[in-house]
Design a binder for this molecule. Structure first.
Ligand code: UDP
Length: 373
């Protein structure tokens, strides 16, 4: 049973090159903390994180930075590693100066710098990845290499040091399955290899296989979380994510670009809920060796979303339809519906989404307004 479901929580993740900056900030983490649970395991089994040192790969990304905040709020010591490829210093600027926070600018694919960071941590939240459908279609080599190689490095080092790892995966692994809602044990229905989009699903599915194999074969405690369209303040629309894109377009009066006919539907997960559940999964012995969906349950079409955001912002933007071939690449295949089955997570942690799409959209609008103002 999860022991830390109470308490309030404080893409996009990112990957990535080393700099001298890194060793300077690594040096700010003084001493080793035990991080021992009462069972004698080095993994916490009580409701407190006060003695936990967490490493967050991709911690300067959208989700990673919210996770860092939530862990700090629970008393943990947090170290972030990020190469700033899709993450940004502005996401963690407000955490600098916090006595339990430090960061390194480094690539997770380089075992040298990563070894010291994994060594200094008790647990590893592995969020670093190439994310965003647009980025994946444009840079398939980087996507595959970062996602596969990065996870190999993290798991290999974690196994050497016996550090518990939470791997963030994606609802994209379900592919174009039409069996709704998507449950963790369902078959994955991924498209052909000549369509670049599916390389993301395959790379993350391989990460899951590898993580679960480390648990089965080497007894390294690994948990897998499949995130369903996580959204909230700080997410950027630069890599394709629809909510910040529509909000940015609406606020600037540019056309709101609905891809395809806009009938495709998504359920959006609120980032504060999502990071709370990542922490709960890390804190649960029962979750080890398991896969969990995390997301929201309220479905909305992309045309409905565009209309809602236009109305909520009071925008005079036109809503325009852009063919998939133009938006992404010839032959692009979209997923028409994606709904998470949350029963497994709910049974473990009692999880129920705290915010529906209108509340999330309002927060994204408010954030975007503070950025532009
Ligand atoms: N989308 C859209 N206009 C945009 C960006 C995205 O209509 O400017 C659509 C996209 O085709 C998909 C949905 O919004 O059907 C969600 O896209 P996103 O990239 O946020 O996440 P995905 O579900 O594709 O991983």
């Amino acid at each position: 049973m999860c022991t830390d479901v109470a308490g309030s929580a404080g893409d996009e993740t990112s990957h990535g090159h080393t700099s001298d900056h890194g060793s300077e900030t690594i040096g700010r983490v003084a001493g080793r903390l035990p991080g021992m649970g009462s069972s004698g395991s080095r993994f916490p089994d009580s409701g407190t994180f006060s003695s936990m040192r967490a490493l967050i790969t991709g911690g300067a990304g959208f989700i990673g930075s919210h996770l860092a905040e939530a862990l700090l709020a629970r008393g943990a010591t947090v170290h972030v590693v990020d190469d700033l490829s899709t993450g940004a210093m502005r996401n963690i600027a407000h955490l600098q100066g916090h006595s339990r926070f430090s960061y390194s600018i480094a690539s997770i694919t380089e075992a040298g710098p990563m070894e010291e960071l994994v060594d200094m941590a008790d647990v590893v939240f592995h969020l670093a990845a190439a994310v965003g459908v647009q980025l994946i279609v444009e840079s398939p080599v980087a996507t595959i290499e970062t996602n596969v190689r990065g996870t190999e490095v993290v798991l290999e080092l974690a196994a050497r040091k016996r550090r518990k790892v939470l791997i963030t995966s994606t609802s994209e692994v379900y592919g174009k399955s039409t069996k709704l809602p998507f449950s963790e044990a369902d078959d994955l229905t991924i498209g052909p290899t000549h369509l670049g989009r599916w390389s993301y699903a395959c790379s993350k599915a391989l990460d899951e296989f590898l993580g679960l194999a480390y648990w089965q074969e080497k007894k390294l405690p690994v948990v897998v979380a499949r995130l369903f369209n996580t959204v909230g303040p700080r997410q950027t629309g630069r890599y394709g994510m629809v909510v910040p894109r529509f909000v940015g377009q609406a606020l600037s009066g540019e056309p709101i670009t609905v891809y395809g006919d806009g009938s495709q539907q998504r359920c959006f997960g609120y980032v504060h809920d999502v990071v709370g559940e990542l922490i709960n999964l890390m804190n649960s012995q029962e979750a080890v060796g398991e896969v969990y969906n995390i997301g929201g349950t309220e479905e909305i079409s992309m045309l409905g979303l565009a209309e809602f955001i236009k109305e909520r912002t009071g925008s005079r933007s036109d809503i325009v339809f852009v063919p998939y071939d133009e938006a992404y690449a010839p032959g692009f295949e979209d997923v028409s519906r994606r709904v998470p089955d949350l029963r497994k997570l709910n049974a473990l942690t009692g999880y129920v989404p705290s915010l529906g799409i209108s509340g999330i959209v309002d927060q994204v609008i408010e954030f975007a307004r503070t950025q532009s103002g």
